[in-house]
Design a protein around this ligand. Structure first.
Ligand code: FES
Ligand code: FE
Length: 398
C-alpha cells in the first residue's frame, strides 16, 4: 500500500470505532509501523539479573531484528546488533549464554564484548578492522530494567526517569530476580494483542480468575471507595500515591509513554494469587500489603502489574505482520528462594491462566477481522484506554 493509500485509509477511520481491516493485514502499513514506532521507541529488553556476570548475554528479538545484550565488564552493558559485519550472518545463535568473545559461526570473525572486531582471517593487507565493529543500539538501565532504542538519535529517556523514579523506589526492582519468564506466541497482528491488554471490558466474561480479585474489572466509579482505602494504606507501607498519566503521547513523544497508578484488589485479596493470600516475600522497602496493585506502562508495548510481593511484566512484540509474542516476566525479591519462600506454580498461576485465555480471544478476534464481512465496531466506556491507543496510532501514522 502506497503512502497516499495509507493516508486515505487514515482519513476514513471513524473516531470511536475499531481500526479498519487493512491496518491489521497490509505489509506496507506494517513497515511504516516499524519505522515510525518500533525503531523510535524505548523497548523493554530484559532485566539486569539476566546478565550479572561478565560475558553473560541474552538476545532481544523483534520483527527482523536481533540484539545481543551483553555485560562487557562490571559497569558496562552493551546492546550489539546480532549481524556480522562480514556478510551479515547472525553471530549469536543461542538465546542466552556466557561468551568471552563473540564468534560468528559462518567464517569465524570474532568480536570483543564491546563489539570491536578482534579477528578476521585471510583478509587483504589493507583491511582495517576498526571499521567493522558490530553496530550498537542505545541502551538504558532504569531500576534494573534494560531498555533499548534503535534510533540513531533517540528521544531522551529523561522524562520517564523523572516521572516514574519516585513511584518505583519502594519496589527496589534492581534487587529482584526473574522467577519465571515465558513467551506466549499469538497468531495475530501485534495491535490486536496490545488492544486486548488495554481494555478490561472482556475481563468478566473471559477472566473469572482475574475478575474475582481485581477492581479493574469493574467501572472506575464503582471502585472509588475501595481506592481511597488503598491509597491511605499505601502511604503507610511506603508506596507512592502519585498517579502519572502520560499514556499514548503525540508524535513528539513517541516511545516515552509512561504511567503509574494504583487500583484496588477486591475483598480478601492482598495480591494476584489464587485465594488472595501473599505469594512471596514483600518487595524492597514495602512494609505490608495495601490491598491494591499498580498498573505501569513504559514505552508503547510494555506494561507492568506491580503487586506488593511480585511484579509481572508484559512485553508485546511484533514478530511478523500476523504474529506477535507476549512475553511475561515474573519478578520477585532477589532473596526469595523458590520452594521455601514462594511456590513457582502459585506465583505464575493467575497470569498464566489469564494469558492463555487472552491468546485464545485475540486469535479469534484476528480470525473475525480477516473476514470479508468485518466492519469496525464502536468502543464502549470500558474501552477508553484502548480507544486512546487507537487514536494515538492513527495520529502517529498520519
Ligand atoms: Fe560472519 Fe562471515 S558472515 S564471518
Ligand atoms: Fe485479558
Amino acid at each position: 500500500m502506497s503512502m497516499t493509500e495509507i493516508s486515505d485509509l487514515l482519513s476514513n477511520q471513524t473516531k470511536g470505532f475499531s481500526l479498519q481491516q487493512k491496518f491489521y493485514k497490509d505489509p506496507g502499513i506494517y513497515q511504516q509501523e516499524m519505522d515510525r514506532i518500533f525503531m523510535k521507541s524505548w523497548l523493554y529488553a530484559g532485566h539486569v539479573s539476566q546478565i550479572k556476570n561478565v560475558g553473560e548475554y541474552f538476545l532481544y528479538e523483534m520483527d527482523t531484528e536481533s540484539v545481543i545484550i551483553i555485560r562487557e565488564d562490571k559497569d558496562t552493558v552493551n546492546a550489539l546488533m546480532n549481524v556480522c559485519r562480514h556478510r551479515g550472518s547472525r553471530v549469536c545463535l543461542q538465546a542466552s549464554g556466557t561468551q568471552k568473545l563473540l564468534a560468528c559461526p559462518y567464517h569465524g570473525w570474532t568480536y570483543e564484548r564491546s563489539g570491536a572486531l578482534r579477528g578476521a582471517n585471510h583478509t587483504y593487507p589493507d583491511f582495517d578492522k576498526s571499521g567493522y565493529a558490530l553496530k550498537t543500539v542505545n541502551l538504558k538501565i532504569f531500576h534494573g530494567m534494560i531498555f533499548i532504542n534503535f534510533d540513531k538519535d533517540p528521544i531522551s529517556f529523561d522524562a520517564i526517569e523523572k516521572d516514574l523514579d519516585e513511584c518505583l523506589i519502594p519496589y527496589c526492582l534492581d534487587k529482584t530476580k526473574i522467577a519465571h519468564k515465558q513467551s506466549y506466541p499469538i497468531k495475530s497482528n501485534w495491535k490486536l494483542a496490545v488492544e486486548n491488554y488495554c481494555e478490561c471490558y472482556h475481563c468478566v466474561p473471559s477472566h473469572p480468575e482475574y475478575a474475582e480479585a481485581h477492581g479493574r474489572s469493574f467501572p472506575e466509579e464503582e471502585m472509588q471507595g475501595l481506592l481511597k482505602q488503598v491509597m491511605e494504606k499505601g502511604e503507610k507501607i511506603g508506596l507512592s500515591n502519585s498517579s502519572i498519566n502520560y499514556d499514548w503521547l503525540d508524535s513528539g513523544g513517541v516511545g516515552i509513554d509512561r504511567s503509574y497508578d494504583r487500583y484496588p484488589l477486591l475483598k480478601g485479596f492482598v495480591t494476584g494469587s489464587r485465594g488472595g493470600k501473599p505469594l512471596a516475600p514483600l518487595l524492597g522497602d514495602i512494609k505490608g500489603y495495601d490491598g491494591g496493585t499498580a498498573d505501569m506502562h513504559i514505552g508503547p508495548i510494555t506494561f507492568y502489574l506491580a503487586y506488593c510481593d511480585h511484579v509481572v511484566i508484559y512485553h508485546f512484540k511484533p514478530l511478523t505482520l500476523d504474529t506477535a509474542d507476549c512475553e511475561i516476566t515474573w519478578l520477585v525479591n532477589e532473596r526469595a528462594e523458590e520452594g521455601k519462600d514462594y511456590s513457582l506454580k502459585e506465583l505464575i498461576w493467575l497470569w498464566d491462566v489469564t494469558t492463555i485465555a487472552d491468546k485464545c480471544i485475540i486469535e479469534n478476534n484476528q480470525k473475525g477481522v480477516n473476514s470479508r464481512f468485518y466492519q469496525p465496531g464502536p468502543f464502549t466506556k470500558m474501552e477508553e484506554f484502548e480507544q486512546g491507543f487507537v487514536d494515538w496510532y492513527v495520529d502517529l501514522m498520519k
